[in-house]
Write a protein of this length. Structure first.
Length: 346
């Protein structure tokens, strides 16, 4: 089954063709970051406008790279589009593009949840992963631990109470004048920094699997206020100290939650999963705990349409295709069976 997928929920206009939820035949991402950079954050109206200008070209390129066409014999079996969560105007552009193509070429269109896309994106890299597994989605908008008991059956284990991990990276980078988006810049500088020079607090939030990163961000702010200017070497060390604190908490809680839930597998996706230290530490900690780990490849961590094509495939395969195209800014993963309240350190 080949799915043409479209993703326009935030600041990337993306299209992809994915076969059977695992094989990426093409994945095209047109980033809008240069348009938003002067404002150091995503400007919703600019995002919608840029999607309008770009979406058709990105779809055409994804089809071309996959050697498919909407009209010919080798056409997709379905079109998938992100319907939430995200910026409403931006989501509507993707939905209209998908619906117009589906209607014109008589191809069914499926609405897909963006978080479900991030959650299932690691499955694009590895074969043979089946529920149950614990998923970590760490992005600019979400930091969540989601337990998948069966395909399409999810339970929320923990979530951030304030800033998402990516948002904390972006805000710290902004405070340090490092530009937007901050995650990749901090990651790059931290690679050459000393994480021990500036020790930042680890927000463990005992008694819950929830996260909180805003206090840590404030700790960096107070540190920065201690003097007027910082040398490049000091900046690298600040980045390394901040990154180490975020990563230690995310990895520690993810592994501990997996052991408490007695699940053998962990999957990790979302923009922050591109972080070099997070990837190294997850691999180390999961190996030590005997957990099987799948992390999305870096190019499929940040927003892309391949993950949307994968999520649509599992949705269709497991009988959940509802063709629900209502755009909703605040969607959460579908079929959520409630929050798992158990917190026990293994
Ligand atoms: O998944 P994504 O593209 O969009 C959302 O759904 O939010 O995630 C974007 C976020 C941004 O906050 C960005 O700073 C962060 O992911 N990010 C990173 C890295 N690359 C992207 N954070 C830390 N380290 C990175 N290497
Ligand atoms: Zn995303």
């Amino acid at each position: 089954m080949k799915i043409l997928a479209i993703e326009t929920s935030c600041d990337e206009t993306a299209a992809a063709v994915v076969e059977n939820g695992t094989r990426v035949l093409s994945s095209v991402v047109a980033t809008q970051i240069p348009f938003h950079r002067p404002y150091q954050g995503v400007v919703p109206e600019l995002a919608s406008r840029a999607h309008v200008v770009t979406v058709n070209r990105v779809v055409a390129e994804a089809l071309r790279q996959a050697r498919m066409s909407l009209a010919g014999k080798n056409r997709p079996d379905g079109i998938a589009v992100t319907v939430g969560p995200g910026l409403v105007g931006a989501l509507i552009v993707g939905r209209m593009a998908a619906e117009s193509l589906g209607w014109t070429h008589d191809i069914p269109v499926h609405g897909v949840n963006h978080i479900e896309g991030h959650l299932l994106s690691p499955l694009l890299a590895v074969g043979g992963f089946k529920p149950p597994f614990l998923g970590l989605v760490a992005s600019g908008g979400h930091t969540e631990l989601i337990y998948t008991s069966a395909w399409g059956r999810y339970a929320l284990v923990g979530r951030t109470r304030d800033d998402a991990a990516g948002e904390a990276f972006d805000k710290v980078a902004k405070m340090m004048g490092l530009g937007y988006p901050g995650g990749p810049v901090i990651d790059r500088l931290a690679e050459r920094g000393d994480p021990k020079r500036f020790a930042f607090p680890r927000p463990w939030l005992p008694g819950t699997w929830d996260f909180s990163f805003s206090g840590l961000k404030t700790a960096v702010l107070y540190k920065l206020r201690e003097k007027k200017s910082w040398t490049p070497a000091e900046k690298r060390d600040l980045c390394a100290g901040f990154r180490a604190a975020v990563v230690e908490v995310i990895v520690g809680k993810t592994v501990a939650a997996a052991r408490t839930l007695k699940t053998a597998s962990v999957v990790v996706g979302g923009g922050v999963a591109a972080n070099a230290l997070l990837r190294r530490e997850l691999a180390r900690a999961c190996a030590a705990a005997g957990l099987r780990l799948a992390v999305a490849p870096p190019a499929l961590c940040t927003d892309n349409a391949a993950m949307v094509g994968a999520a649509a495939y599992y949705q269709i395969r497991h009988g959940r295709a509802k063709n629900d195209l209502r755009v909703q800014s605040q969607l959460h993963v579908p079929f959520l069976t409630g929050k798992i309240g158990v917190f026990r350190l293994p």
